[in-house]
Design a protein around this ligand. Structure first.
Ligand code: UDP
Length: 322
């Protein structure tokens, strides 16, 4: 199989590329290194089946060629990370919507398979958990920058479904919940790499708000496994699937767990959301996926528990320091 991965030098994209190469597939990636990095693909760069182009997904000509050349496309290129989104809303909205439009438009020519990665962020401020794929989405006000990410990804989903219904392009949508693992950077605000770095540095572990907000973390390897099954599954076409973990943890518990696992002297401190992000920032209080649909289709079962996920990130950050 020949696959095209947009955002292939990103955290998830690089793991996906690696797994396809291990399986003997040929992998083409495009990445503008805006949030991805060469470091992420250093170990696969010289693999004979790996081909990379450093460019943006808005380069139509290039996307057209690569979509055409490959059997299937994973569209992962996007502006990600709450911090980045709050700081650069124009880039978030434009990159997320334009990139998806371009990928789908070119896939439509020969009806090539496309997997669009979306986000649990689309559930917005919804309070009834667990979140199911057919639940209503509850968006915040448009003057709160954070929700532009949710809305831009929701538009991507509408587009993907529209291309399937109207133009018979086989698309599938994966809504990713908090995905973590080696190579994820804390630079764009993600909590696990941030806490691990702070703990290893002996610096304050900064919990935003009061730490009662919760998340379910999934190891990137479980996510990649699910993506690979979804893109090939004929019954997945035109459908949306949650991909997430099954262990809910509050952010304060997470900080305590990372402190314990790293044996760190770091104090745990609290930072108001206004200071961490921007005035009036709204967080999601609980975010828990219902993964029944995915389980029924591909037998999905997360294989990494929370401690295993955290230990993997800790080990990765430790080796980076030596
Ligand atoms: N968070 C935190 N400290 C940090 C980074 C994030 O307390 O240094 C919190 C953040 O406010 C949110 C949760 O951790 O409630 C998860 O944040 P992340 O940005 O990783 O993902 P999100 O679930 O918000 O997309």
């Amino acid at each position: 199989m020949r696959v095209f991965i947009t955002g292939g030098a990103g955290f998830i994209g690089s793991h996906l590329a690696e797994r396809h190469l291990q399986r003997g597939d040929e992998v083409y990636i495009i990445d503008d290194l805006s949030t991805g990095s060469m470091e992420n693909i250093e170990h696969i760069k010289s693999h004979p089946g790996f081909h990379y182009v450093l460019d943006t997904v808005t380069n139509q000509q290039l996307v057209a060629e690569l979509v055409d050349l490959c059997d299937a496309t994973y569209h992962l290129a996007a502006a990600v990370g709450v911090k980045l989104i709050v700081e650069s809303p124009v880039r978030t909205i434009e990159t997320n919507i334009r990139g998806t439009e371009i990928v789908l438009a070119h896939a439509a020519k020969k009806r090539k398979r496309v997997l669009i990665t979306s986000t649990s962020e689309v559930y917005g401020k919804r309070e009834t958990i667990p979140f199911r794929e057919d639940d209503d989405l509850v968006m915040g006000a448009t003057n709160k920058g954070r929700w532009s990410y949710a809305c831009s990804k929701a538009i991507d989903e509408f587009l993907a479904i529209a291309y399937w219904k109207e133009k018979k392009v086989p698309t599938v949508i994966a809504r990713l919940f908090n995905t973590v693992g080696p190579r994820q950077t804390g630079q764009y605000g993600m909590v696990v790499p941030n806490f691990v770095r702070q703990a290893l540095d002996g610096k304050e572990i900064t919990v935003y708000g009061n730490g009662s907000q919760s998340r379910c973390f999934t190891h990137v390897s479980d996510v990649v496994g699910a993506l690979m099954k979804l893109i090939e599954h004929p019954q997945a076409t035109g459908e949306v699937y949650n991909i997430g973990g099954d262990q809910e943890v509050t952010i304060l518990q997470l900080a305590e767990r990372i402190k314990a696992l790293t044996d760190s002297p770091s104090p745990i401190t609290f930072l108001p959301y206004d200071k961490a992000y921007e005035a009036g920032f709204e967080d999601m209080h609980r975010r828990v996926p219902d993964t029944t649909k995915l389980r029924n289709l591909i037998g999905y079962e997360p294989t990494f528990g929370l401690d295993e996920i955290l230990n993997d990130v800790i080990a990765f950050q430790r080796t980076k320091r030596t």
